[in-house]
Write a protein that binds this ligand. Structure first.
Ligand code: TYD
Length: 132
């Protein structure tokens, strides 16, 4: 599967906006875990790793940040700055989250429970995993 921006429903009325996602309607996987990243000091970078099996969907619920994905050959940068779309990241993509705005809130849902053994934290090891 390829990384992709997934647009979410946006229900607008005079009381404000409401967006949501559920699987399988909006997401290509079943949600097993939710976590969020917040209070990131200016200039900090999160991530810088890949997952062997885990897939994720990331939304900027508040503020903005960039996600840079590397497939072993090239990088693609996605800027997230609205809460009605997010980025689907398939397994085996090296990813970096950077350029966090003040008060940025990253919501992440995953199809796996937390497992440190699923992390690839060394870029050379990642390239071997991708056969490059
Ligand atoms: P890590 O995934 O390395 O952070 P990021 O990729 O966002 O920079 O996680 C940081 C620490 O938090 C690490 O010690 C593992 C722990 N952690 C959990 O215990 N459970 C979780 O669901 C996540 C995502 C991380």
């Amino acid at each position: 599967m390829e990384p992709k921006i997934i647009e979410l429903p946006k229900i607008h009325d005079l009381r404000g906006n409401l967006s949501f996602f559920e699987s399988p309607s909006q997401l290509p996987f079943k949600i097993k875990r939710t976590y969020w990243i917040y209070d990131v000091p200016g200039g900090e970078i999160r991530g810088s790793h890949a997952f062997k099996e885990q897939q994720e969907f990331i939304i900027a619920l508040s503020g903005s940040f960039d996600i840079v994905l590397h497939d072993g050959f090239k990088e693609i940068k996605y800027s997230l700055n609205r809460s009605y779309y997010g980025l689907f990241i398939p397994k085996r993509y090296w990813r970096r989250l950077e350029n966090f705005s003040t008060n940025a809130l990253a919501l992440i849902v995953s199809d796996k429970n937390f497992d440190e053994n699923d992390y690839v934290r060394n870029f050379e090891e990642f390239k071997i995993l991708r056969n490059v």
